[in-house]
Design a protein around this ligand. Structure first.
Ligand SMILES: Cc1cc2nc3c(=O)[nH]c(=O)nc-3n(C[C@H](O)[C@H](O)[C@H](O)COP(=O)(O)OP(=O)(O)OC[C@H]3O[C@@H](n4cnc5c(N)ncnc54)[C@H](O)[C@@H]3O)c2cc1C
Length: 313
């Protein structure tokens, strides 16, 4: 809207922050204009809205450093570098990463049989897939991979699931019909390999204390996410309890860096989606004015902007 280029960088494989990672199936009641909205639907709408402007979103990119030279910041991720004249930190409660399986036997197989992030269902065509977990992601993928994977097993430590009931019912019905398998009260006991290829898993029944060997080409751990602030707070900012102090214009105190959303704090701060939206508007307009001093801080209303083909009243 302001005629500036921008890019979003996020550690998650998909945009959406806490809404996508922690509560996609929960209803939200306090976002203006939506009497009620599922968190995942709000994220989908935000993506669609942002997509109108064609600015790139770089997912799976965890920012590990910030460099500054000749008026240009460079955000450094584990694999890339992103130069920019201004940075808006919207890091929430930190970078999300998939929670790892606690069993030591699993560690050597990450990236060569254990996939922490699922990208395309077609990657699992014709394979024996074991999904570990009892939440939405576990059930969504068990359902989606039916008819694609050679076999699907869902393994969970209890018989209580934290997933949308309709999807749970679909997966349980499929297991009852013999199209997949659900192992409740089971956990990973060992990884079975032939050479350097994962071929099976030993699953332990934690009640009966017995072990079953099941064929497996790929393990998909769906155990939720852990978050970590990492190096982000060491950028010469005023930080207290993982929160960046900002002024009423969302300035961090380091010129060129603003902070919005759950990661910032100021007197009266409310950690809500609605306040995050407002803070982002304030920071963006300040940043645009800082990079282009001839542009106004206050751009006017979207309903009047030429960029949308709207005329001034
Ligand atoms: C269960 C639950 C229910 C909630 N319900 C509501 C509600 O009903 N209404 C409401 O208003 N609010 C609710 N909230 C709060 C709301 O989700 C947060 O206020 C909101 O998500 C904050 O958005 P954010 O963009 O600031 O941070 P986040 O949503 O935390 O997003 C931060 C993003 O930054 C990324 N990131 C962080 N560090 C890095 C790094 N180094 N490199 C790359 N990426 C990084 C993370 O991966 C993440 O995607 C709820 C929260 C929870 C946990």
């Amino acid at each position: 809207m302001r005629g500036a280029t921008a890019q979003v960088i996020d550690a998650l494989p998909e945009p959406g922050g806490q809404l996508a990672a922690l509560y996609p199936e929960k209803l939200i009641f306090d976002v203006a204009g939506f009497p009620r909205v599922l968190a995942k639907d709000l994220v989908a709408n935000l993506r669609q809205q942002a997509g109108q402007f064609g600015q790139p979103i770089h997912c799976g990119q965890r920012v590990v450093g910030l460099e500054e030279a000749d008026g240009v910041f460079t955000l450094v991720t584990e694999t890339d570098r992103f130069p920019s004249r201004a940075v808006i930190i919207a890091a929430g409660i930190g970078a999300f990463a998939p929670r790892k399986l606690p069993q030591a036997c699993a560690e050597p197989w990450y990236g060569r049989g254990i996939d922490p992030v699922v990208r395309s269902p077609q990657d699992y065509a014709g394979k024996h897939v074991v999904i570990i977990g009892g939440g939405d992601s576990a059930f969504d993928w068990a359902h989606q991979l039916e008819g694609v994977a050679r076999s699907i097993r869902l393994v969970h430590r209890s018989d209580r699931f934290r997933a949308h009931q309709a999807t749970v019912d679909q997966v349980l019905a499929s297991a009852a019909a013999g199209r997949s398998a659900v192992h409740t009260f089971h956990e990973l006991a060992d990884v079975v390999a032939e050479g350097d290829r994962l071929v099976a898993l030993d699953l332990k029944d934690i009640k009966a204390k017995t072990t079953t060997r099941v064929p497996c080409d790929v393990v998909l751990p769906m155990l939720g996410f852990v978050s970590d602030m990492g190096a982000l707070l060491d950028w010469g900012l005023t930080v207290e309890k993982d929160e960046i102090h900002v002024s009423q214009t969302m300035e961090t105190g380091r010129p060129g860096l603003w902070a919005v959303g759950d990661v910032n704090t100021y007197p009266g701060k409310l950690k809500l989606i609605a306040t995050g939206f407002a803070e982002a508007c304030i920071a963006v307009n300040q940043a645009v004015h800082w990079v282009y001093p001839d542009k106004k801080v206050n751009p006017g209303h979207s309903s009047n902007l030429a960029v949308f083909g709207q005329k001034d009243d």
